[in-house]
Design a protein around this ligand. Sequence first.
Ligand code: ATP
Ligand code: FE
Length: 366
Amino acid sequence: TLIFGIETSCDDTGCAIINEEGNIIAESLKSQNLVHLRNGGIIPDVAQDLHRKYIEPTVTETLLKANLLMKDISAIAVTVKPGLPLSLAVGMKYAKHLARVNAKPIIPIHHMEAHALTVRMEHNVNFPYLVLLISGGHCLLAVVQNINKFLLLGKSIDMAPGELFDKIARRMKLRNVPELSTMCGGQAVETAALRATNPEMFNLPIPLVQVKDCNFSFNGLKTSVLYHLRKKEKEHKVVADALIPEISNLCCAALIATTKHLVHRTQRAMQFCSINNLIPENNKRLVVSGGVACNNYIFNALKAASVDYGYNVYRPSMKLCTDNGIMIAWNGLEKWRKNLDIMTNFNTLDLEATSQLGESLIDQVA
Ligand code: ATP
Ligand code: FE
């Protein structure tokens, strides 16, 4: 068995081939990050053009690295949702083309399900487990009951934490700081925060502390950060393109408030799982994934906070937390092994109808 994975849901063109045992045979990732940093955000048309430009070379490069031909591949796994429709379309169209020409089946993949399952490639985490997905477009807590069975416990009612960091970084013009210039927003905020001398300088509210469910909200935090930034700019004429203490402290305060919120919600989910017997008492695991899971401060805080609840905490290695083709191939392999969603007549079928996360039962902590 050899599964070819294709990911184009946002701003990374990613491909990978994995074998029957889940070993990576080859991978290739073309990031558009620098272009979007220059534009001050992702412009869907630009992202689509870049995917169109990169998709064929990325596929070819992956096959070359593996010294394989498309005819050697068992199935093509491709992200079908969620993401930017224009970006997704490029990967899906190319996957269909490859599948048609080479007579291969297609395995449609839900991007967030792939984020939730990748950990199983590296760690022996069996079902069911609790997952916290924190990324550029999503923030959600779910119980992963099986490869295709997710119980959604809560999600963001507004923006995602990665989006919050990206917006803060953009407003602070962190990319004008030479050492941060090539980093994504989250990484830039994390690096700036490490320089903080006095994060208590800013008092940021922790979202939803009184609300007893597992949902998230980051809009209020964004507003507070921008308010403090404006105030400092007025006071000191702070130009936020050097790592002056105010900027580092504000980044740190934002990171701490975000972390506290993530920890509170995750602990609520743990309580809910306990009361409802969703996770076995003798084998409690929390998996953290998505781009924001790369953040060591957030991950370590979650780990420490989980001890009291008897949970072991896992995350995929960094390069598997952010978008990549490997996680798509892995999810494809998991489905292949169970004979799930393997489509040979994909021309007539709606690929997008297959994935479930986010539409499954929404059960909220009382
Ligand atoms: P989604 O998975 O929701 O569709 P996406 O695919 O764009 O969104 P990912 O690639 O999973 O998101 O993650 C990218 C996000 O992760 C960006 O918002 C980025 O700022 C954030 N991120 C990356 N590294 C870090 C870090 N060290 N700390 C905090 N955030 C980070
Ligand atoms: Fe993602």
